[in-house]
Design a protein around this ligand. Structure first.
Ligand code: NAD
Ligand code: ZN
Length: 321
């Protein structure tokens, strides 16, 4: 049973969401990811169980969600509200270098906690990465989008399915959903996607055809060389390709290769404000949070379902039953 430092709180974990990044960390020897041992689980919702002496704004019994981004709160980027780009990020966050939420209890800094109010922490974990990161990625594409424009979302899994919702609900954008999984495409169609496309070699041409000759933005939650190339080949002038997928792909960019005034954006993480805004959208009934629950003892099966794209919504583990 951990105890909190002065500026920390202990959270009894109600739910911890699983992310494809967890699978990448488990499989990787790259220096891009922290060395074990640490506890995985970077989508954490729960109930405050103990507060440190300087964390008095939080109260035992309060339902909260944890920021997956380990921002300092006081560097020049943090004070400008760009805490996803914090200058002092020694570890990426809980579950990625620091002990995370696949545990009955987790200790976090009070500044990384956002109150959930009357929302049930058992069903809110996916907001802590899937929804907030997708929301941020959509904000990076937003200058190229307005009602009636077209965006393709490549990889409509945990993150991408939220991106499609935000594009449709908040921006009035026609979404072309792209995936290799027919189940994921069916879910996307039910959630309002205008078109669904099975990802293959002819992807860019197919996107332009379905967009009536224009694709204003591509949000890539896969990030393979194939999807990066398709995204750049599909967008129109002034279009944006926003890449959040950690697929290890590479692409050659250049003045003569890119459409006029287009942008290629690397989108990592989200701000505390993004997290607060997705919570407000859920509270207002603007988006749902689809998920499949797993018992703590079934973590391996949950990862296996995620690996083989068999999960409906986000895979969420309940460490305290
Ligand atoms: P997920 O497995 O839930 O979703 C990925 C989807 O992509 C699946 O539905 C899968 O069927 C589909 N897919 C796989 N290959 C494809 C292809 N070639 N073309 C089209 N679709 C394909 O994963 P997730 O948890 O939503 O994560 C998505 C990506 O985002 C991962 O790479 C993850 O590591 C990354 N991620 C990035 C950030 C960030 O800050 N940038 C944060 C969290 C996750
Ligand atoms: Zn900072």
């Amino acid at each position: 049973m951990p105890s909190p430092g002065a500026d920390e709180v202990v959270i009894k974990v109600s739910a911890a969401g699983l992310c494809r990044t967890d699978l990448t960390i488990l499989a990787s020897n790259s220096e891009a990811w922290p060395d074990p041992p640490f506890t995985l689980g970077h989508e954490i919702a729960g109930v405050v169980s103990e507060v440190g002496s300087e964390a008095s704004l939080l109260h035992p019994g309060e339902a909260v969600i944890v920021s997956a981004i380990n921002f300092c709160g006081s560097c020049e980027m943090c004070v400008r509200g760009r805490d996803h780009t914090c200058r002092n990020m020694s570890h990426i966050g809980y579950g990625v270098g620091l002990d995370g939420g696949l545990a009955e209890y987790v200790v976090v800094k009070a500044r990384h906690v956002v109150p959930l109010g009357d929302l049930d922490p058992r069903t809110m974990a996916p907001l802590g990465d899937a929804a907030a990161t997708a929301y941020h990625a959509v904000s990076e594409a937003a200058p190229a989008l307005w009602p009636g424009t077209t965006a393709a979302v490549i990889g409509v899994g945990g993150l991408g399915s939220f991106a499609a919702r935000f594009l449709q609900e908040l921006h009035g954008v026609r979404v072309i959903a792209v995936d290799t999984s027919r189940e994921r495409l069916e879910e996307a169609a039910l959630a309002g996607a205008a078109h669904t496309v099975v990802s293959d070699e002819g992807l860019a041409a197919r996107l332009r055809e379905l967009g009536g000759g224009r694709v204003d933005a591509v949000l890539d939650f896969v990030g393979s060389s194939q999807t990066l190339a398709a995204g750049m080949a599909a967008i129109s002038s002034a279009g944006r390709v926003v890449v959040a997928g950690i697929g290890g792909g590479e692409i050659v960019l250049g003045w003569e290769r890119m459409p006029r005034n287009s942008m290629f954006v690397n989108s990592r993480g989200y701000t505390r404000a993004d997290l607060a805004e997705v919570i407000a959208l859920v509270r207002g009934g603007r988006i749902d949070v689809p998920q499949t629950h797993y018992a703590f003892d079934d973590v391996e099966r949950a990862f296996e379902d995620l690996r083989s794209a068999r999960v409906r919504g986000r895979a969420v583990v309940l460490p305290n039953g």
